[in-house]
Write a protein that binds this ligand. Structure first.
Ligand code: HEC
Length: 508
């Protein structure tokens, strides 16, 4: 290995930490192989290094005893030793069903125990040819995962399997399940999908659950991808909206978060009419256009003062890391800061270590890599921590795109359509149909109707059956829809054009 001057400096810096009694020895062997980058956040500089690479969609991470255990979507559970940088495979499951989003998803490790801690994972698998989501428990000996026990199995699907796992200080396990793309699930408080479930570590119902003999804690969720507690044990989730309104929710027992009757804030006439009859809870934050939130963690360490008392959120579609500073009421968001736009690609999981370092995982080898990714060393686990250096070159906070500014067809297409149909209009095989040479886009009234109404039946297009529906885009203004239609027609079709007036006429 060739030692760069910078690496030696970091090595010395690390030794200094060790000598001065830093509890977490976070060895830098891996870091020396990959150049460190810097980020300016608030007044200070942070250092971003790679602690593991060559991974395959590290989906969930948790910490125990100076090690990070993490899942990879196709079925591996790996152990990263933070002292030595050593990476080991603990499990290689063979019954994981993985295609696009399903697979081995989250992991959670029991805290505060003198015994070998329990480790929970959940994954999609086929059971008698039907997809299910299963929650499994192991015990971690410090080097092995043993005593496998099946805890709970709920409905699974080819999409919307959630999910996140979280264990609180009292050893209660929370499992956020997806609605399995079935609109009947989330509002039915007797099913276990589209819910936050609450259980003892053996899967039994805690005696203080809000519904006696039921694991259901809160409902009305679509597809939760992030979940964390703050310092006061407030529970927060991040979830994917449909075409609009990705959300962060403050989850409380027996609250109904609205899906599929309501999306995001209660702000349309239809939604206001619904909540005047049935009590539903608004998110504390929503994003339109969507950003595709993924993992979320709570930061409350002095190491990075600007991020104290903040929710840290990584995202897939917008390829960013976001810091949502909380107000002292602990349930409203004061500020949002956005970092790393497209720099590391899609991001899946985030974990705060006891010493205040932050780990992020990339997701560039998943089913939907964005232009320029995956890079050779993807996927990676990155570490962010305070830097003592005054670097000459550094990344900076991203300036949010003002949504009020006039948006042309290309920008609108990128914001609302390209995540599925791709910027080149070629779609994603068997998942999202191509727009290039689609007959549908040559029939402008039919195309307009499709965008206004979405699809309700799964369509077979050119011999391929698509398993998901497309959401309605009627929330876009006539002028915006006309811009998109004309852009799609010009780029992928026969270049016919429409007008906002023609869109308006079809709207009613
Ligand atoms: C979340 C993913 C997603 C987004 C975002 C999305 N679509 Fe789709 N789109 C689909 C799916 C899935 C289908 C197939 C629907 C079905 O089978 O019911 C589809 C179908 C279509 C079709 C029909 C194709 C054909 O040949 O019949 C067109 C046209 C289309 N979408 C245009 C758009 C436009 C324009 C946008 C942006 C405003 C957009 N879509 C946004 C997922 C998406």
């Amino acid at each position: 290995m060739i030692y760069q001057p910078k690496s030696i400096f970091i090595f010395l810096l690390c030794c200094t930490f060790l000598i001065t009694g830093c509890q977490q020895s976070t060895g830098d062997f891996k870091v020396q192989e990959v150049p460190v980058e810097y980020l300016k956040a608030g007044q200070g500089f942070l250092e971003v290094s790679t602690v593991a690479q060559g991974l395959d969609v590290p989906w969930g991470m948790d910490y125990v005893d100076n090690k990070v255990l993490f899942t990879e979507i196709k079925g591996k559970v790996k152990e990263l030793n933070l002292s030595t940088g050593e990476l080991r495979t603990l499990l290689d499951l063979t019954d994981v069903y993985t295609r696009t989003t399903p697979g081995l998803l989250d992991i959670a490790i029991q805290k505060n125990t003198k015994d070998d801690p329990f480790v929970f994972i959940n994954y999609t698998k086929k059971q008698d040819s039907i997809l299910v989501s299963t929650l499994i428990r192991y015990q971690y000996t410090g080097s092995e995962l043993i005593n496998r026990k099946e805890i709970l199995t709920v409905a699974g699907a080819s999409g919307h399997n959630g999910s996140r796992l979280l264990i609180d200080e009292k050893n209660i396990l929370y499992w956020a399940t997806g609605d399995v793309a079935d609109n009947k699930m989330a509002q039915d408080s007797t099913t276990l999908n589209g819910k936050v479930l609450r259980m003892n570590l053996d899967g039994s119902v805690p005696t203080d659950n809000p519904i006696p003999n039921s694991l259901v804690y809160a409902w009305g969720f679509r597809n939760i991808q992030g979940m964390t507690f703050d310092k006061d044990a407030n529970l927060f989730t991040a979830e994917h909206g449909d075409a609009i309104e990705d959300e962060v929710n403050w989850v409380r027992p027996l609250h109904n978060y609205g899906w599929p009757l309501i999306e995001g804030m209660h702000d349309t006439d239809e939604e206001l009419a619904i909540v005047s009859k049935t009590k539903m809870t608004e998110p504390i934050k929503s994003w339109t256009p969507v950003i595709a939130p993924a993992g979320m963690a709570y930061y409350n360490h002095d190491q990075i003062a600007a991020w104290k008392n903040a929710l840290l959120l990584v995202t897939l579609k917008s390829q960013t890391f976001r810091v949502l500073n909380l107000n002292s009421d602990q349930h409203t968001i004061k500020e949002e800061h956005i970092y790393f736009g497209k720099h590391f690609g899609r991001m899946r999981a985030v974990l705060v270590l006891p010493n205040g370092d932050i780990l992020l995982s990339t997701s560039n080898r998943d089913w939907n890599p964005q232009p320029g990714f995956p890079k050779e060393n993807d996927d990676r686990i990155l570490r962010i921590r305070a830097s003592k250096e005054q670097p000459k070159e550094f990344l900076q906070e991203d300036v949010a795109i003002a949504t009020s500014e006039k948006q042309n067809g290309l920008v609108l297409f990128k914001n609302y359509c390209a995540s599925c149909h791709r910027e080149d209009g070629k779609g994603v095989e068997k998942t999202f149909p191509p727009l290039l040479n689609s007959t549908k886009i040559k029939d402008l009234p039919a195309f307009t109707k499709l965008l206004l109404e979405g699809t309700t039946d799964k369509q077979t297009i050119k011999g391929v059956r698509y398993e998901q529906n497309m959401a309605s885009f009627k929330f876009l203004k006539d002028v915006e829809l006309a811009e998109i239609i004309n852009y799609v027609s010009k780029s992928f079709g026969d270049k016919k054009t429409t007008t906002p007036k023609a869109v308006k006429a079809l709207r009613n």
